[in-house]
Every structure is written in structure tokens, then in C-alpha cells.
Design a protein around this ligand. Structure first.
Ligand SMILES: [Zn+2]
Length: 716
């Protein structure tokens, strides 16, 4: 096989100047030159035909059907949504299968909280039923009682300590104030980190139970009108959610690293289901109506000013003043879940896969999370169905996945990835969408090699405002942060900021376990009903997207990511940007090590290897830009090297104490969960002031970067 033949220097410059002209004269959304394509003109017509199909009205119809009943994973109603998605996939011409797994899931039997003041008077006995006036969905008997899945079971009584967001630094501050947690119950507020991490640290510090409540300052009346008057969290609404320790591994707790297929014998599963990624202590979620009497009666030191929430009294830290009694009984049973997988076989390189996924299970109705994503994905699939009928076939195989049991710990996606880990070395991208739409503000997170790719895709899609999605994204970027994507303002030299991939959705097994380059997109807005009964069709049409035009927008962006990647001549990975980010991470870690007095650490080999990767990337970037109008086969060697570069960043032994996480550049932080930690082995060793681990992890990093540089150079 020959390498892609570069154009001569004259043609190369012509192509670059064409690209520049296109960028500066942009008024229309059809680009003329696109990174990854020798000649984009034919593809531009295919994209145009695709973009014409996704339909707002149909997307709204999917959403209404998907959210008609509560559809928690492994329930009959969940199965109905799987059948609906499979029917739509088949109607579009996708080769479709429903893939079952048998996985450990916990369901609540008893969830009870009682609080007493110092003289033994009952302050509250909960939980209060989720209720607002006029919501048509709230009284369905199938609504699961609010609970934290993966919570420990038991019956405990103890004094309460208020722990703010229950971040590592909050626990450290309590310790500095000599407020011990041994035998105590910690009252945490939602926000700032993944709830499973709150419980993980509380357990490490000796607490016997955790209550996690939604403070009005974070997503309630302090933000604006509460539902049903507006989009924010009403007094009784509870955020359900898993408290699995996602930073250890995702998926079925009993089968880390292998798949929970139906034929997997019980003897092959980890016998004690409460090891691995499950907490032992009890955790219960609360509304602020139920948390308020506890907080209000706490004595002890006044909470620091930035720990004060939105309730109208002074918060105190405890532990005096309140005793709570918690009962949590969860059945842990192996239950059947259903992923839906649809394929469009590639015409030229069927063994290379472009995978698009969204989860389908919801805590209750899940209009925003995740059904808006599913509705948008179905309209993207509708678009490919129309193209297929017109005789089009993608160059690479496209796979669409509707994951189950994401809410319990990314279970459906993780088991599928673990089952196909070997083949996924050939997957060229995984595109995730979880919350498709909760409002008009587009945001994205991605591996650095695909950040520019996402920006370019959004330049080609019009938003309902008449601007392109890209322009709208720029305008909105000063606004609210999205839960997962850290939608920060643009950094120096960035037109719009694309976040880093931490965890909290189905890209985690693809990206951090097997090294498939990934992105995660969504469209956000004021959204206070996350994981409550009120995340339903009535809330959605009132607050998020009454005419479903943002579902249509997300169908187009999501579909265009897949289409542009699947048909590209040369894979549009930008390793120049990736290498630049890695060098910056190493420099930042070096400064942190110096200020932590770990200055004898030798960063030289890692810096040197990062420089080699940068040089290799420059060379290969030139080849990618100059790709000639040749059949795809001619780019095979270049594409293989480009793809294997990401795999080279994986380490066989994985991260210290969490070998399931194998990416040397990105992981969910051990103490953050949603947020990414960059060069995690090195940074977490420095944070722990562990010099020998830091030195060893620097060596692992240097080796990975050397490997990546060597492989990238093979393209030349
Ligand atoms: Zn979700």
C-alpha cells in the first residue's frame, strides 16, 4: 500500500489559501475545503442532502413517545423504548440487533430519613413526595422513589456534619477546623463534583452515612423561577443518581474488564458485589424541603461564607444539634438490560468503525436526560436512512448505539466496549450525546485531536437563531457552565473552548479504557429538574425547546460528526494541537511539583518525548493537509498510524490503584469524577506528595509519548 501522495508545493499553498478564504468570507454554512478531504465538493453535496432531513416535528414525536412512561433500566417500559429505537433503526435500513447483558443493578426497597433535635423532638420524617401543582406526570405509580443506586444498605443513627459540596478540599477544611467525621453522617450539597466521589471521600474519612441534597443556590429559586413557573428545581424535587465510584471503573461492578454477557456464569463474576466500585456506607438524596429542618437546627461553628447556600437562615457545621436516623434497603440483583446497536456497513473500509451513542434509560421520564439525545439521534439516523435510499454508502462502517443502564454507572456502554475491546482498536471515533437539549447553548468536550473537528462541524450547521451553531456557541460561551463539559470561556488563541473529557457519560469506556478518540456534545440551558420526576415532556416543552428546533439542530450536528468522519479521506485528527496541550500539561505539572517541594523530579524525559511527538505531528499534519484526491485505500498507512497514535497513549498497567483506566493523558479525577484530570498518573502523585510514584508515572508518561511519536512518524 502506498502512502497518500502529497500535492506539489504550489497546489498545497492553493489549498491552504482556499481554506483561509473560506474561513474569512464565511456567510453561508457550506465549506469548500475541509481538513481530512482532498476534494470536498462531492462530500459537500452529500452533507447538504443529509442536513435537509432531520425534522423538528418528528423529533418532538420521538421525544413524546420515549418519555410517555418512566423507563428505568431493566424495566418493561425500558424494553419498550428499546423496541421503539430498534424499529426506527430498521426503518432507516440499519442492520439492527438488541444486545442484552445481565448486570448487577440495585433497586430501592426502603429509603427513610428521620431527624431529631438535641432534646429528641422529631424535626422531619421523610421523604416528602415530589409534587408541584399541575404537573401531569408526577403521580404515576411506576415513578421510582428517590434513591442513590449503589448505596450501601443498613440502618444507622448519628450526628450530622455539614460538608458543603463534599469535595476533597471541603473535607480538608473540616479537618482543619477539628470537626471529625468518624461515626457521623455528612450532609452534602449537590454540585461541583460527582456524587459518588462525595460518598467515596466521606467513607474514607470514617463517616457512616451521607445525605446529598439540592440547595436552591445551585439549581433552585436562587437561580430563577422554580417549576412549574420556570425551569428551576422546586422544593420537593430530588436528584436521584448513582453513587458508584466511577473513578475506579465504570460498568457492572461484578465484571470489571470483561463483559456481563448472558452466558457468563455466575462463578466468573466477582463474588462479593460490594467490592470494587461500590461504597459500603449509606447514601440518600434529599430535596431542600427535607434537608432544611436538618440544616436549620445544626449547631456548632457557622459555615464559612462560601459554604452558605440559598436557604434563608445561617448554615452551621455541626456536629451538635441534630441526630439523623437513616434506613436504606436496596436489593442488588442481576437484571437484564438492552443495548440497541444499528450498523451501516462501510463500502470501502468496513473494518473501520465510526460509533455514535446515546443512552436511553432514565431515572424517571428523562425528557432532557437522555431522551432529548435519543430523539436527536433518531432524526440523525432518519437522515442516513434517506441517504441510503438514494444509493449512498459511507466509506467506513457507521454504528449507532442506544445504551442502557447509563444512569447506574455507564453499564450498557461499558459492557459492550469490554466485549469488543479488541476490535475497537480499529474504531476511528466515538461520538457521544447524553443530555441532547436542555436549552439553546451548544457545548462540547473532546479529545484534543478532535477539538478543531467539532468546531468545523458546527460551522456547517445552522442554529434556530439564524447564526451557525459555531457562531451561536461563541456568543453563548460567556454563559452558564454545563454540568460535564466545563464550558469555560475561550482560552488564548481559541475561537471557542472545547472542554476535556472527564467522566459521567458513555464516552468513558471508549476513550479512557480502550483509547477511541471521542467527543461529547449537548445543548444546555437553565435546567433545575435533573434526575427528578419533573424532567418530563411537560417541563421540556415549557422550558427547553417548545418547537423541538434544538433537537433538530443536535440531530444535524451529531449526524454530521459521524458523516464527516466516516467519509474522510484522511482521518481529521489534529495531533499538533494535541501535542501542544500535552506539553502545556507537563509544564503545569512541573510548576506544581516545584511548589509542592518535589523539585528533584526529572521532567526532562517527558518533556523531550512531548517535543518529539510535536515534531512528528507537524510533519504528519502537512501530509494530512496535502492529501490528494486519491481513492481512500491510498491513505491506509497514514490513517492506520494516525489511529494507532491514540492507542499508543494507553498504558497496559493502567493508573495506580485503578488499572481499568488506561489513558495516560486523561482520566476522571480520583477526587472529582466528572472533571478530567490531565496526565493523571503524574498529577495525582504530585497531589499526594508521593515522589516515587510521581517519578514512576513520569516514566510511564514519557514511554507513552515516545511510543506515540514513533507510530506517528511511521506515517511519513
Ligand atoms: Zn444521562
Amino acid at each position: 500500500m502506498t502512502v497518500c501522495k502529497p500535492l506539489g508545493p504550489f497546489s498545497f499553498l492553493a489549498l491552504v489559501s482556499l481554506a483561509l478564504t473560506t474561513a474569512s468570507l464565511r456567510a453561508q454554512s457550506v465549506p469548500q475545503a475541509v481538513f481530512g478531504y482532498g476534494d470536498f465538493s462531492k462530500q459537500a453535496r452529500i452533507e447538504e442532502r443529509f442536513l435537509a432531513v432531520p425534522d423538528a416535528r418528528l423529533a418532538g414525536k420521538h421525544l413524546k413517545i420515549l418519555t410517555a412512561e418512566p423507563h428505568l433500566a431493566a424495566t418493561p417500559e425500558d424494553r419498550k423504548t428499546a423496541d421503539y429505537v430498534a424499529r426506527k433503526f430498521r426503518a432507516a435500513g440499519l442492520e439492527t440487533e438488541i444486545v442484552p447483558y445481565r448486570v448487577l443493578l440495585s433497586r430501592p426497597q426502603v429509603v427513610k430519613v428521620e431527624a431529631f433535635n438535641a432534646s429528641g423532638q422529631l424535626l422531619m420524617s421523610g421523604r416528602t413526595k415530589e409534587h408541584v401543582d399541575g404537573d401531569p406526570y408526577q403521580d404515576d405509580p411506576r415513578v421510582v422513589m428517590p434513591y442513590n443506586s449503589s448505596s450501601g444498605s443498613g440502618d444507622v443513627t448519628g450526628e450530622v456534619v455539614y460538608g458543603n459540596y463534599c469535595r476533597l478540599e471541603d473535607f480538608n477544611q473540616l479537618e482543619a477546623l477539628h470537626i471529625g467525621l468518624k461515626g457521623k453522617i455528612v450532609l452534602c450539597r449537590y454540585g461541583a463534583n460527582f456524587r459518588g466521589i462525595k460518598v467515596y471521600i466521606a467513607e474514607l474519612r470514617g463517616a457512616i452515612g451521607v445525605l446529598i441534597y439540592s440547595d436552591p443556590l445551585d439549581d433552585g429559586y436562587s437561580k430563577g423561577e422554580a417549576y412549574p413557573l420556570g425551569p428551576w428545581r422546586p422544593a420537593t424535587a430530588v436528584q436521584r443518581g448513582s453513587v458508584q465510584n466511577l473513578s475506579r471503573y465504570s460498568g457492572d461492578p461484578e465484571t470489571p474488564g470483561f463483559a456481563s454477557t448472558l452466558d457468563l456464569p455466575d462463578s466468573a463474576r466477582i463474588p462479593n458485589e460490594k467490592t470494587g466500585n461500590q461504597p459500603r456506607i449509606i447514601s440518600i438524596p434529599l430535596s431542600y424541603r427535607d434537608a432544611a429542618p436538618i440544616l436549620q437546627n445544626l449547631k456548632g461553628p457557622a459555615a464559612p461564607q462560601d459554604w452558605q447556600g440559598g436557604l434563608h437562615f445561617r448554615y452551621h457545621l455541626g456536629p451538635e444539634g441534630v441526630q439523623v436516623h437513616l434506613v436504606s434497603l436496596e436489593d442488588n440483583q442481576r437484571r437484564i438490560i438492552w443495548d440497541v446497536i444499528g450498523r451501516i456497513k462501510g463500502a470501502q473500509v468496513p473494518d473501520e468503525w465510526v460509533i455514535c451513542g446515546n443512552h436511553r434509560d432514565a431515572w424517571v421520564y428523562g425528557a432532557v436526560d437522555p431522551s432529548s439525545g435519543t430523539a436527536a439521534m433518531l432524526e440523525a439516523v432518519h437522515g442516513f436512512g434517506v441517504l441510503l435510499k438514494q444509493g449512498w454508502r459511507p466509506k467506513r462502517t457507521m454504528i449507532f448505539a442506544s445504551w442502557d443502564a447509563e444512569e447506574e454507572g455507564l453499564v450498557g456502554s461499558t459492557e459492550w466496549v469490554e466485549q469488543h475491546a479488541k476490535t475497537l482498536e480499529r474504531a476511528v471515533a466515538y461520538f457521544n450525546m447524553d443530555v441532547g437539549v436542555s436549552g439553546p447553548d451548544f457545548s462540547a468536550a473532546a479529545v484534543p485531536s478532535l477539538k478543531q473537528f467539532v468546531r468545523e462541524v458546527t460551522r456547517s450547521v445552522e442554529s434556530p437563531t439564524g447564526y451557525t451553531v459555531f457562531q451561536q456557541w461563541r456568543i453563548s460561551q460567556a454563559g452558564e457552565n454545563d454540568r460535564r463539559t466545563a464550558n469555560a470561556p475561550p482560552g488564548p488563541g481559541e475561537e471557542v473552548h472545547v472542554g476535556d473529557l472527564g467522566s459521567g457519560s458513555d464516552f468513558t469506556p471508549f476513550f479512557q479504557h480502550v483509547g477511541v478518540p471521542s467527543t461529547d456534545i449537548g445543548s444546555g440551558g437553565p435546567y433545575g429538574v435533573y434526575h427528578s420526576v419533573f424532567d418530563n415532556f411537560a417541563w421540556y416543552t415549557q422550558n427547553a425547546d417548545p418547537h423541538f428546533v434544538y433537537l433538530q439542530e443536535m440531530a444535524r450536528v451529531f449526524g454530521l460528526e459521524a458523516l464527516r468522519m466516516a467519509d474522510s479521506d484522511v482521518l481529521p485528527y489534529d495531533y499538533v494541537a494535541y501535542a501542544r496541550e500535552i506539553s502545556a500539561y507537563i509544564e503545569a505539572a512541573k510548576r506544581k511539583a516545584e511548589s509542592a517541594n518535589l523539585d528533584a523530579l526529572d521532567f526532562g524525559p517527558a518533556e523531550h518525548a512531548a517535543a518529539k511527538l510535536a515534531a512528528a505531528a507537524e510533519g504528519v499534519h502537512g501530509m494530512q493537509m496535502a492529501v490528494k484526491m486519491t481513492p481512500l485505500g491510498d491513505c491506509a498507512r497514514l490513517n492506520l498510524a494516525l489511529r494507532q497514535t491514540e492507542s499508543a497513549l494507553m498504558s497496559d498497567s493502567g493508573l495506580p490503584n485503578r488499572p481499568w483506566y488506561r489513558h495516560t493523558i486523561f482520566a476522571p479525577g480520583e477526587f472529582t469524577g466528572y472533571a478530567a484530570v490531565v496526565i493523571p498518573g503524574v498529577n495525582e502523585a504530585i497531589d499526594a506528595r508521593d515522589r516515587s510514584r510521581a517519578a514512576q508515572q513520569l516514566a510511564v508518561l514519557a514511554q507513552a509519548l515516545e511510543r506515540a511519536a514513533r507510530i506517528l512518524n511511521q506515517a511519513r
